[in-house]
Design a binder for this molecule. Structure first.
Ligand code: ASP
Ligand code: MG
Length: 453
């Protein structure tokens, strides 16, 4: 059970967390082990630590110290509010953790230098204290629990700020240190996001890395399910800022989640749950303010509702580049030349459609657009059109049900479509159209697939 920053933001949130874990234990009286809890730093704390590292780098020792003091005060207040019996010990632990950090930040400010390794040591403090607070809060409510320093379990390479886990070593340690406690009925609490290198230097998995930690621990422990508790109900059938009343997607496949994430429908980053998906462990996204909702389950195969798409998403403000060349007719090697231009200017291409004499692509990074067009002009005609958008309809059902494609196109029959593509995976249909048409098109598609009774 992983709880994000907003789910541990303050004493009320921590109370809710404890209620959710307690409920989980009660509803599973025959479970052979207790849940393992992974927590993020309190909401906003990692950002504050990033700012503190920045101040240290600028030599602003006093401002860094003042910002740190505010963090100390906030954590002591939360620690005090969520405990009674274990209060004194917890407050002392929190102080000790911060005293170390204060010393470190002062040294960095004197040197005016923050290496990736030092930055990890600063950022890790957020999860180290949040996990201690949550573990103490469990104990205080007589829920058997144990705090484990995640750095003793999650072993990574030395790529500081974006470390890569050593799965065999981490799994061996999880089996030795976490599994026996969980089997004895103790709720093990660990900080997400943090780990250590083989020689014991603190490392982090990169921003937002707590989901990744949860997937790693869950995979190592062969969890029945990995729950990501956050502040939204799950994945929605469309962006609520564009479509009125989207629905919750109850279940989807990992591949569908990946397609949707690219289009910004991002509740979690799918790549962070790969260790779980690789072991066929379902990942469920749940709202810690509405635990009774079923949330969204991501599994390796999904379980699509018959006759339906899974969700629709869009990416706005993209540019279409049309490339036409009569030399392309019957020639080979043309596409290679064309894509080399994008590669040279380090610009990612998203949608691609081709005919015998022309190729159209979309890009969303237009910083090098002029240079790209200049280079394309060496061997083709090329023009671009801005203020376009991509709409992507995703669904495993597209493979089996050929009528879905027709229904999607029919829903958009009044809207000029610039490009249409369906990839070999046949898990999505992609439309490129004018950005101004997005609200109308999304609403039409959503009505077609999700609002019919
Ligand atoms: N606290 C870390 C961050 O904000 C990790 C996480 O929350 O997932 O990036
Ligand atoms: Mg976070």
């Amino acid at each position: 059970m992983k709880f994000g920053g907003t789910s541990v933001a303050d004493p009320d949130a921590i109370d809710r967390l404890i209620g959710i874990v307690r409920q989980q234990i009660r509803s599973n009286p025959k479970a052979s082990r207790a849940p393992v809890v992974v927590v993020s730093a309190l909401a906003g704390v990692t950002d504050a630590l990033v700012a503190i590292a920045q101040l240290a780098e600028e030599g602003e020792a006093d401002r860094a110290a003042a910002a740190l003091q505010a963090l100390v005060d906030r954590h002591i207040a939360v620690a005090t509010a969520v405990t009674t019996d274990s209060r004194e010990r917890l407050v002392a632990e929190v102080r000790r953790e911060f005293d170390e950090l204060i010393g470190l930040v002062h040294a960095l400010a004197v040197l005016r230098e923050v290496s990736p390794r030092s930055r990890d040591a600063v950022l890790a403090a957020g999860e180290l204290v949040s996990s201690r607070i949550v573990a103490a809060a469990f104990a205080d409510r007589s829920i058997p629990s144990a705090w484990i320093d995640a750095r003793a379990v999650l072993i990574t390479d030395a790529e500081h700020t974006a470390a890569v886990p050593d799965m065999p070593e981490t799994c061996a340690r999880a089996a030795a240190r976490i599994a026996p406690l969980a089997a004895a009925g103790k709720v093990v609490v660990l900080g997400g996001f943090i780990g250590a290198t083989a020689n014991g230097m603190t490392s982090t998995l990169g921003r937002g890395g707590s989901d990744y930690s949860a997937a790693i621990f869950g995979a190592c422990l062969d969890a029945d399910e990995i729950q990501i508790w956050t502040d939204v109900d799950g994945m929605l059938t469309a962006d609520p800022r564009i479509v009125p009343q989207p629905r919750l997607v109850p279940q989807l496949s990992f591949a569908e989640a990946s397609e949707l994430a690219y289009f910004g429908a991002k509740v979690l980053h799918p790549s962070t749950i790969l260790p779980a998906v690789a072991k066929n462990i379902p990942v469920r996204i749940l709202n810690s303010r509405r635990p009774e909702n079923g949330g969204t389950r991501i599994t390796s195969d999904g379980a699509p509702a018959a006759g339906q798409l899974t969700a629709i998403a869009c990416k706005r403000d993209v540019t279409v580049i049309d490339i036409t060349s009569t030399r392309m007719l019957m020639a080979h090697g043309f596409l290679r030349r064309l894509f080399e231009v994008f590669e040279r200017f380090k610009t990612a291409v998203d949608v691609v459609t081709t005919s015998e004499v022309s190729v159209s692509v979309t890009v969303d990074d237009t910083r090098r657009l002029e240079a790209i067009l200049d280079n394309l002009h060496n061997f083709a005609e090329a023009s671009c059109e801005r203020e376009m958008a991509i709409i992507c309809a995703v669904g495993e059902n597209l493979r089996a049900d050929p009528t879905l494609f027709g229904r999607a196109v029919t829903a958009l029959d009044r809207i000029p479509l610039r490009l249409v593509s369906q990839a070999a995976s046949r898990r999505n249909i992609t439309f490129v159209l004018r950005d101004a048409d997005v609200p109308h098109a999304m609403t039409r598609l959503h009505e077609q697939f999700f609002q019919r009774s």
